[in-house]
Design a protein around this ligand. Structure first.
Ligand SMILES: Cc1cc2nc3c(=O)[nH]c(=O)nc-3n(C[C@H](O)[C@H](O)[C@H](O)COP(=O)(O)O)c2cc1C
Length: 347
């Protein structure tokens, strides 16, 4: 069974379900598992220490899947930026045809990617940035609402408003991101005008995610109130799991006069976050997580997850013929009902 929107058609996937780039998490095993399940898995370029290592990770992913997958390139302001142009060449040279850009405008790399026949999905958090990326030539927009893990931006607009606002303003397809963890979220996003969904947190809590079981359990146990916004005072907001480190950073930021990044740097160092994910030490570092942890209560495989969603989203009416994305949107209320029915039927 498959279902198509412009997003799934253009990306060559069965379901318009995407696993967003995730630092330390978006490696070959996870990306391949999502792609093998009919979605789009995405490797995270900067998780690999060098462009050469990224090329090797792409080779490893190809050994695990023959389905389409993409690479995320997160462009962050940095005093000593990574060699972005070399990562771009590693992606292109490896023959990857789908790239998710995020963090900043991808403008300087668009022509090179287009020349190489790459489909570009730009992820951003405001309609104005989405419009600018559309004008610059990207093919799709992933729009991240305030609920999301990682960087929700500074405008604080939740998905319920941001998704339809983006869908109304843009001509290219919109992918809803942030806060989605089950078939109901997916149906809602499609009803709001999105043609696909992008998730991070939900895919962290799967068997294939390269994350210690203790961290996955902590996320399962967390409620929708157990995330925190860090770096607000530095205008580089990040949504993370609320642990002892997050509380400490917030107390620094709440001091009269705030704090400088140098003061909190030792707490928030990327290496600490990576170590926490791998060692299972819940308070070991900053762990990105979205509000949808409140909706997650198990650790399935990616295939189980996608199949379950699909069943819950379309069973009952899919038999009547392959729906178009438009039809799915029209039928969204019955999809929500069917998801509830599946939940009730679960032991
Ligand atoms: C552990 C983790 C690491 C992430 N790292 C990145 C990253 O490096 N680059 C990026 O563009 N987005 C990153 N994200 C954001 C996701 O790609 C996605 O946009 C977001 O998780 C969607 O919100 P959700 O978690 O509510 O599904 C990360 C998310 C998580 C959970």
């Amino acid at each position: 069974m498959s279902m198509h929107t412009r997003v799934s058609r253009q990306l060559g996937i069965d379901y318009p379900i995407i696993q967003g780039g995730m630092q330390w998490v978006g490696v070959a095993e996870l990306a391949a598992a999502v792609s093998n399940a009919g979605g789009l898995g995405i490797l995270t370029a900067l998780t690999q220490p060098t462009p050469q290592a990224l090329s090797e990770e792409i080779v490893r992913t190809r050994q695990l899947t023959d389905r389409p997958f993409g690479v995320n390139l997160t462009i962050l302001p940095a005093i000593k930026p990574p060699p972005y142009a070399q990562y771009v060449e590693a992606i292109i040279g490896s023959g990857v045809k789908i790239v998710e850009t995020a963090g900043n405008s991808p403008k300087e790399f668009i022509a090179r990617f287009k020349e190489a026949g790459v489909t570009l999905v730009h992820k951003c958090t405001t309609v104005r940035h989405a419009l600018s990326a559309e004008r610059n030539g990207v093919d799709m927009i992933s729009i991240d609402g305030l609920e999301c893990a990682g960087h929700p931006g500074e405008d604080d607009v939740g998905g319920l408003v941001l998704i339809p606002a983006a869908a109304r303003a843009l001509t290219i397809p919109v992918i809803a991101s942030g806060g989605i963890a089950d078939g109901r979220g997916m149906a809602a996003a499609l009803a709001l005008g999105a043609e696909g969904i992008n998730m991070g947190t939900r895919f962290c809590v799967t068997q294939e995610a390269p994350i210690h079981p203790s961290i996955k359990q902590a996320l399962v146990q967390g409620s929708e109130r157990d995330t925190a916004l860090l770096f607000r005072t530095l205008r580089n907001t990040a949504r993370v799991f609320r642990n002892a480190i997050a509380d400490e950073v917030i107390s620094f930021e709440r001091r009269p006069g705030g704090c400088t990044f140098d003061e909190i740097r030792p707490l928030v160092a990327g290496a600490r976050g990576r170590e926490a994910l791998q060692s299972g030490e819940v308070n070991g570092g900053v762990i990105s997580a979205g509000q949808c942890i409140g909706l997650i209560d198990d650790v399935p495989t990616c295939a189980e997850l996608i199949t379950r969603w699909w069943r819950s989203a379309v069973t009952g009416w899919r038999r009547r013929g392959a729906p178009s994305g438009h039809e799915l949107q029209r039928r969204a209320p019955s999809i929500v009902a069917s998801d509830d029915a599946v939940k009730r039927a679960r032991p």
